[in-house]
Design a binder for this molecule. Structure first.
Ligand SMILES: *[C@@H]1O[C@H](CO)[C@@H](O)[C@H](O)[C@H]1NC(C)=O
Ligand SMILES: *[C@@H]1O[C@H](CO)[C@@H](O)[C@H](O)[C@H]1NC(C)=O
Ligand SMILES: *[C@@H]1O[C@H](CO)[C@@H](O)[C@H](O)[C@H]1NC(C)=O
Ligand SMILES: *[C@@H]1O[C@H](CO)[C@@H](O)[C@H](O)[C@H]1NC(C)=O
Ligand SMILES: *[C@@H]1O[C@H](CO)[C@@H](O)[C@H](O)[C@H]1NC(C)=O
Length: 257
């Protein structure tokens, strides 16, 4: 009995972990691989970064490359965004310092850090973490590029696909935020393309506000056909949706182990 309880507790985050694995697999099977190009958006170039820092709760995830349809999850992931002066020293991204002597590397990095600001994004899924290290320029504050590998307990899992693309702010208002994650296929790594809707307050967001986000995404040709509602959002039939999310969790669990 106790064992069963523990197994059930473990299930929810295994589902969402699927965000990183399933997305790529479905992307591959739908043959859209090489077609992903990351459109640059300039609407939030002059974003005040303080408007997006702090804690946000996930409302919906839009899997633009997947054909999985609409799914519901009970877990309530959050993110925390903050600006930092701490710069990873062992970065594998950022400016290219290959075939450069050490003292040159240091001056390249110093120059780079003068021109860029650094951001961290911590994804927390029931205590399982992925930390993104990102950078941006003052003149394009809503366009974040990856600076280093993600770390944390979620990122160190076997099936985790490192994200090396860009994160763009598609919408930032007082109480909600839309981020787009985009990474074209490269060096055999499948593309990743998904957007996430966050709200300041955990729990449900008014349907009209969610619909406005759907319209925004569709206007950018980002499909909303496959989406993952989390934290009880859009739950019209609680018992039934709990049943279905348990079933999909079980399937996810079985296919991952
Ligand atoms: C993607 O599909 C190609 C060809 O269909 C296959 O060779 C490759 O192993 C697949 N990649 C993954 C990550 O499944
Ligand atoms: C930041 O938020 C404030 C208050 O909500 C708003 O007035 C301002 O326009 C926002 N600035 C940017 C650049 O997003
Ligand atoms: C960004 O702009 C602020 C305020 O104008 C300035 O203090 C800061 O040095 C700039 N940072 C970079 C990296 O350009
Ligand atoms: C990721 O690594 C940095 C630097 O080592 C560390 O400060 C941070 O706590 C780590 N994040 C997570 C979620 O483990
Ligand atoms: C969206 O796709 C349609 C049809 O493929 C195209 O005509 C339109 O220009 C695209 N819009 C954007 C914003 O990319």
């Amino acid at each position: 009995m106790a064992l069963q309880g523990r197994a059930l507790l473990r299930l929810p985050w295994i589902c969402l972990l699927f965000l990183y694995t399933c997305a790529d697999e479905t992307a591959n099977s739908t043959n859209v691989d090489d077609k992903v190009t990351c459109e640059r958006d300039h609407e939030y170039d002059s974003l005040d970064i303080r408007n997006v820092t702090g804690k946000w709760s996930v409302v919906e995830l839009y899997m633009h490359l997947s054909k999985e349809g609409v799914k519901k999850y009970q877990t309530c992931p959050t993110i925390t965004v903050w600006e930092t002066d701490e710069i990873p020293h062992t970065t594998t991204f950022g400016p290219s310092t290959e075939h450069v002597q050490l003292y040159h590397v240091q001056s390249i990095m110093a120059k780079f850090n003068q021109q860029h600001r650094h951001l961290r994004l911590l994804w927390d899924e029931n205590g399982q973490m992925t930390e993104y290290s990102l950078f941006f320029r003052n003149e394009s504050a809503g366009y974040w590029e990856t600076f280093d590998k993600q770390n944390g307990s979620l990122a160190s899992r076997q099936h985790y696909q490192q994200f090396t693309g860009t994160v763009q702010v598609l919408k930032a208002v007082k109480d909600h935020l839309v981020l787009n994650f985009c990474q074209p296929a490269s060096n055999g790594a499948p593309p990743q393309l998904y957007s996430v809707l966050f709200s300041r307050q955990p729990g449900t967001m008014p349907q009209w506000a969610i619909n406005a986000v759907h319209n925004l995404l569709q206007n950018k040709n980002l499909s909303i056909a496959s989406r993952r509602m989390v934290c009880g959002n859009g739950a019209t039939k609680p018992i039934l949706s709990l049943f279905f999310s348990l079933i999909s969790c079980l399937l996810a669990y079985v296919s991952l182990s």
